[in-house]
Design a protein around this ligand. Sequence first.
Ligand SMILES: Nc1ncnc2c1ncn2[C@@H]1O[C@H](COP(=O)(O)OP(=O)(O)O)[C@@H](O)[C@H]1O
Ligand SMILES: [Mg+2]
Length: 805
Amino acid sequence: MEPAQEDQPALEPNRKDVPVLPVRDTVLFPHAVLPLTVGRESSIQLINSLGDEKTILVVAQREARVDTPQPSDLYSIGTLATVHKVVKMPNQSLFVFTEGVQRAKLAEFTQLTPFMRSNVDLVPDAEPAKSSETEALQRNVLTLFQQIVAGSPTLSDELQTVAMNIEEPGRLVDFVASSLPFLATKDKQEILETSDVLRRLQEINHHLAKELEVQQLRNKIQTEVQDQVQQSQREYYLREQMKAIQKELGEQDEAQRDVEELRQKIEAAGMPEEVKKEALKELTRLGRMSPMAADYSVTRNYIEWLAVLPWSKSSGVQVDITKAHEILDADHYDLKKVKDRILDYLSVRRLKPTMKGPILCFVGPPGVGKTSLGRSIARALERKFVRLSLGGVHDEAEIRGHRRTYIGALPGQIIQGIRRAETNDPVFVLDEVDKLGRDFRGDPSSALLETLDPEQNSTFRDNYLDVPFDLSKVLFICTANMLDTIPEPLRDRMEIIELQGYTEDDKVHIAERYLVPKQIEENGLTKEQIEIPEDAVRFISRHYTREAGVRNLERNIGTMCRKQARRIAEGKTEKLVVTPQVVQEFLGGIKIRIDTEIAERTKRAGVAVGLAWTPAGGDILFIEANQMKGKGGFTMTGQIGQVMQESMQAALTWVRSNAEKLHINDDFFKDHDIHIHVPAGAIPKDGPSAGVTMATALVSLLQDRPVRPLTGMTGELTLSGNVLPIGGVKEKFLAAKRAGVRDVILPAENRMNVEEDLTPEQLEGVNIHYASTIEEVLAIALPASKRQARQDKETRDQVLTSAGD
Ligand SMILES: Nc1ncnc2c1ncn2[C@@H]1O[C@H](COP(=O)(O)OP(=O)(O)O)[C@@H](O)[C@H]1O
Ligand SMILES: [Mg+2]
């Protein structure tokens, strides 16, 4: 106990001398119970010095960070408090339970060390007169407080009850202020210092309103975040509801009707028993599914596919061979051998419809009528026609479909073609079998084989359908540009029918009789409006196309017709007779002058014209030799294959070993390099048949004698200078003729091919020279005298100047 207290002069009634406990960041209000942690040495001494008199003044520091506060560091108003309990903490600090009693104002300090003591004056509450304003304010404070407590996740709901039971407005404010954790120390202190209860109410009211607003805003943000999370769940519920609504509206019936329709289609489709069973099984499954289910449409599509295929629908007409013959003739010019073989084939099939015969395959350059023959056969047989281009098909699934488990799966092209045909016995043309791809995606040729093989195709199984479909009534016809790249097992099952390229005369005939009338009709014109006579057709063929077939010729004739149609539409209705001038006007200047190309390029010594076989039906080929200072090097360029390179080496060897006979200086090869180039590098070239052409180019170069104009040659060359026969004579010859070559040098042993394969009409206008040694070739290919060389120059000039017309 403080004996000093006894010695004090009598105190004013409201004045007391008490120990002062400074606290940081805390304001103790009257009637509030506050546990204080006391750690400062001075404060510990203060608590320890307390005797029975347990009253102290708790007052906040103005600045929390001041460690040894002086009187000036303290607010001037604090709260008298009773110390109820002191608990010693293990770290020497104390836990002190205090209860606020009354506001008190610091007067003179009576002691500063070891702790502060001071005289304090009690500050009574200035109670306002009971008015409706205070009442309203008080109620408002209570409601706001309750709202805040209710909306706060951390404040205990009991606070509401306690607050409700406080009657005096001043005390209510004190309670509220000390309960709100968000109120700043400064604000609390301000409320503590306000003894005017009305003003205190107003102050707390203001703080509460502000806090409520903040709280509501925070809650709103919070809900929004939660809403986003719940959005997907919401959607799910909405969907479920929608389903329920649809059910209510009877839309389920719609699905039911759909199933019924499918059932009728299945019944009408004439399916084999096994397939029908499968279809009905899937249908039952569909009936049980919700139309909203993800795989509903998958199942439905599948049933639809089964239902629409022509399981038992065929055209079923007997083949009438005479009529078929008529139709083939009506659609195609000449092609006698080809038509004969087609008719043979059809006759056999007629006698033995179950014949498991070979598949027809038309092989030949583009535009010679392979596809259109297929179309014509379909017409002759009164069957549907479907065409599938295999060019660039890499994937087995394109032929045979994807399994149904695969997303977006569909049947393969074969089944799709059958669906298009709407009958199970169409003529099915598989175009460009030679361009079938093969890579990591699987080998489509084996799927194709299964399609075509009469032993297997009566139970053809598409991956998507997964039930067998009978393809045995389909008449498959393949087309190809060349045989080499058709997969071996496929080729074995084919009956190959070769179609050759056409000569200019063939083309003119085809155009006159077929293409021109066809294009006139297709473009909505009549014979009274346009006439394209022979000379115009020939002019187009010669100067605007360079092809074995007639595809571009037909296209250009079509262009002529469209231009005339346009003129008619513009009011120029008089009949148009197409002349070469009109052609140039409509199609633009001459596109192709291959004869001038030959004349131009062979001006220089070292260039010779070879003949090549290509899948497009033969072409001419320039071989250019050049020399430069060097050390006997030899370069070859132009995408040439192994065999062709070897034949170049052989040609060079022959020339070198015969250098003396050829009057070539022996030292020449020591200090020169030779380069042979075959232009149009993008086209791969191979084969031995350019041997004589290369030797000719070399000799021409080394003797500085240009090759005779418009001369082309082909033949394999041996090291000893013999000329060996080559293949593809007909295509090569026709290509040379098309290109404007007037003299063709061929191996003597190929004479037979010429006589057998080429008609007099085709041979007309070209001189053929046969040679069995390279010496004979050179004698024809190079000018024999100065006079001849002069003549050659004149011929070239003539060709080049005539290019203008
Ligand atoms: N001998 C021919 N008689 C009549 N028209 C032909 C003849 N050869 C080709 N054609 C026509 O030429 C065009 C191209 O023929 P197409 O069958 O597409 O050639 P391919 O399939 O051989 O590339 C078609 O309009 C076709 O009718
Ligand atoms: Mg074709």
